[in-house]
Design a protein around this ligand. Sequence first.
Ligand code: PGA
Length: 261
Amino acid sequence: MELIIKETYDQLSLKAAEIVASVINNFVATPEHPKCTLGLPTGSTPLGMYKALIKMNQQGKVSFKNVITFNMDEYVGLDVNHPESYHSFMFNNFFNHIDIDKSNVHILNGNAPDLEKECNDYEKAIKEVGGIDLFVGGIGNDGHIAFNEPGSSLNSRTRCVKLTHDTIIANSRFFDFDLSKVPVRAVTVGIGTVTDAQRVMILVNGHAKARALHHAVEGGVSQMWPVTALQLHNHSTIIASEDACDELKVGTFRYYLDLNS
Ligand code: PGA
């Protein structure tokens, strides 16, 4: 697993955007896998990366015309037009500002009449386009990836889950800090869905994520810290801000700084 440490959030975001652009620009189409396919997250962490990618798109450095996307997750029972739905997030913060063909955008439908079918169809759709080239994600303070909370099987697939109390509290900041307004269920890709991608890139920003980053890099593989599944992936990259490294051993921190300087 590669760990790239950046001094600031802006540098982290730019590095992430450069990696996404290079995956798109170096993509070689085949009949079974005709378009570069990305897995994408919501959350505050990837916002800087999306801004940098929008700028690169406007400058002609990358195009999304031949890119397919699959988002990680969506709340269950929240109207897609609700400002806090992940549909709204993705279109407002990214898709409306780039040259992507909207028919290539996939986001789980948290209002589907049959959620199990919705999740199984999502897995099938990913397979049909030849899999995901790069899955980008963030992590929660508790080490979750997408809505795969601690205790999720490291082989889990797309499914409907219950949000933990911790996540409901964390996400209440988007719902007037009113816990009762936060949806209690979500549909999410599984950890196995993420680690099936050719490459996985996780962005970790800020001191609040320091404990999760410590487990991701220095801990053993454990379902109690879902992000540790990356240790078993043969091309995974974590990009972390310096303050997210506060719980790493000094030796570990210096080792990775040296490797990437
Ligand atoms: P954040 O969320 O980027 O808003 O911190 C990340 C996550 O919970 O996966």
